[in-house]
Design a protein around this ligand. Structure first.
Ligand SMILES: Cc1cn([C@H]2C[C@H](O)[C@@H](COP(=O)(O)OP(=O)(O)O)O2)c(=O)[nH]c1=O
Length: 254
């Protein structure tokens, strides 16, 4: 095992290049304030420091951007500005484009994409916002094109802790009720059984160490999935490329 010094967290981390090198997509999912962005950046930096071609990739759905726009119009949030159904539709579309763009980058650069959010986040968002099963079925149909990540880390955090972090972040706001509903939504997904659950209540250093340790385990990245993912990617690239080129500018602005 390669012991890699990670100066930004001041600790020795057991990143194992032999295991992580098999990954093409590592996703971090969880409720707002669970630390996805913080930890995805740390993980990408850690893998890069271990000599792997890893890159942080954000797959935002535009909700924060529209939230700021809504505030400019004196509205509480994006849903009050656009309506719940329109915002969910827009979020599904923008996240689809963002993921397509990320996968295109990944294919072109042969990098390990460390994904800040992935398809599961959209399914959870639909459930937490009370969209019906038909809306989720449509989303699943559209997102089915995307390969399953080699590993998905679920950042398990108490909604109260997440809300405190969001308040401190100061860029957006979420009610405790919504955060609790989002947490339930993630846990109700059929994908949840495959998630690697990380206790994300701790300090950034502690959570980073937990992710690193999970990734270093030989069982973290089943080879069967790597093969399936490559196959799906080859089949999906032409479609993804067309959609990504069309949506590139749109997605860029969110
Ligand atoms: C991970 C983590 C984040 N934070 C801060 C950083 C951010 O301003 C905020 C939310 O973290 P962030 O990584 O942005 O969460 P997410 O991407 O899941 O919404 O909380 C902490 O204060 N402590 C922590 O342990």
């Amino acid at each position: 095992m390669c012991e890699t010094r990670l100066p930004w967290v001041g600790m020795s981390s057991p990143v194992n290049p032999a295991h992580a090198a098999g990954a093409r997509t590592i996703a971090l999912v969880g409720i707002d304030g669970s630390g996805k962005t913080t930890q995805a950046r740390l993980l990408a930096a850690g893998l890069s420091a271990a000599g792997l071609p890893a890159a942080y990739r954000q797959n935002a759905g535009g909700r924060a951007w529209f939230g700021r726009l809504a505030a400019g119009f004196g509205r509480r949030d994006a849903e009050e500005l656009l309506g719940r159904r329109s915002m969910l539709l827009l979020e599904s579309l923008l996240r689809w484009l963002a993921i397509a763009r990320t996968l295109l980058h990944r294919a072109a650069r042969r990098e390990i994409a460390v994904m800040d959010r992935y398809a599961a986040c959209q399914y959870a968002s639909l459930r937490a916002h009370g969209a019906g099963p038909a809306a989720e079925r449509r989303a699943r149909l559209a997102y089915r094109l995307f390969p399953r990540p080699d590993v998905t880390f679920f950042m398990a955090v108490d909604p109260e802790v997440a809300q405190e972090r969001i308040v401190r972040r100061g860029t957006d706001h979420e009610s405790l009720d919504y955060l609790a509903a989002a947490d339930r939504a993630y846990r109700s997904l059929p994908e949840f059984a495959e998630f690697v659950v990380i206790d994300a209540n701790g300090s950034p250093d502690e959570v980073h160490a937990a992710i690193d340790a999970a990734l270093a385990r030989p069982t973290a990245l089943p080879g069967r999935r790597r093969l399936r993912m490559r196959t799906l990617l080859l089949a999906g690239v032409p479609v993804v490329a067309g959609a990504a080129v069309l949506g590139w500018q749109l997605a860029e602005s969110f």
